[in-house]
Design a protein around this ligand. Structure first.
Ligand code: ZN
Length: 282
């Protein structure tokens, strides 16, 4: 997650601010979660998660304390990420309603070879927001979509009849793209999603071992060839149920290749959850 450009250059101050920045970001999400779904606790990371990647900046803290620690609260009023008007949350009520207009109840959009759930349609406000998340450094959209798909996921009819101990894994970016963008948009979404639904979040169980050409410029056959061999799964995925998270589902080439590598490494089952897919796609 990038820091504000106006921060002092001192590395110590920067580091401290970085920790506060992440903690207070969590507090904003947590406050909203409590207000709308009754989720008040931070999701407990599982044993593998702790062993695999200690994340000290995500220690659970009471949200009221976090709120008081929030330097942004004192430095500047919170503004809506979409319309930039002053707001109580990162997305004002009006813009949130504008976004959910495009939900279009997509649900389970693919079954074979991989089950894929999509929350909404890749058009209108959703398309604009996902574009900003990916290309305009508007990483806040990741947390906002994470909240939105979590609330939706919890009410999905398919989930009422089965309990699967999902481990949430975002589609990773190459190191080059991660450095250019400053964050992985899929991980911004999955991190918030996992905390809301209390699934373990394992962003390093799948790695990008090869940089690839941007998929949007390629046809379906080229996409599949382009992404082949781009991922590597950690041995720890053996026997686990993996829920991949990404921002957009188009041809599914990326998700299928990630699922293939996870299955080869012994994952028990792999499914995927995305924010949006283009309208009219079959
Ligand atoms: Zn707004």
């Amino acid at each position: 997650m990038p820091l504000p450009a106006t921060l002092p250059n001192s590395s110590i101050i920067r580091k401290q601010f970085s920790i506060l920045w992440r903690l207070t970001g969590n507090a904003c999400v947590g406050d909203h979660a409590e207000a709308t779904t009754g989720i008040t606790e931070f999701q407990a990371q599982d044993k593998d998660s702790k062993e695999d990647h200690a994340q000290p900046e995500k220690l659970p803290m009471p949200s009221i304390l976090l709120d008081q620690l929030n330097p942004l609260k004192w430095l500047a009023p919170l503004t809506c990420v979409s319309c930039t008007r002053r707001a109580e949350q990162r997305l004002c009520t009006r813009c949130r309603q504008g976004l959910t207009h495009w939900q279009r109840a997509q649900g389970l959009v693919a079954r074979v070879p991989l089950r894929v759930w999509a929350w909404g349609a890749y058009t209108g406000e959703v398309e604009r927001a996902l574009y900003q998340l990916k290309y305009d450094r508007a990483y806040e959209w990741g947390g906002i979509f994470g909240e939105i798909i979590a609330a939706w996921w919890q009410d999905l009819p398919e989930r009422q009849s089965e309990y699967t101990p999902w481990h949430v894994v975002p589609i990773p970016l190459s190191q080059e793209r991660l450095q250019t963008r400053g964050y992985n948009q899929a991980e911004e979404i999955s991190n918030t999603f996992a905390r809301w639904v209390r699934y373990p979040h394992l962003p390093h169980w799948l790695e990008r071992v090869r940089a690839t050409q941007a998929q949007f410029s390629l046809n379906p056959q080229e996409r599949a060839a382009n992404i082949q061999g781009a991922f590597r799964a950690r041995p720890v995925v053996r026997g686990r149920d993996i829920l991949l998270v990404d921002d957009i589902y188009t041809t599914g080439a990326t998700l299928r290749e990630a699922a293939r590598m996870l299955t080869e490494a012994g994952a028990r089952q792999v499914a995927a959850l995305v924010v949006a897919r283009p309208l009219g796609q079959t």
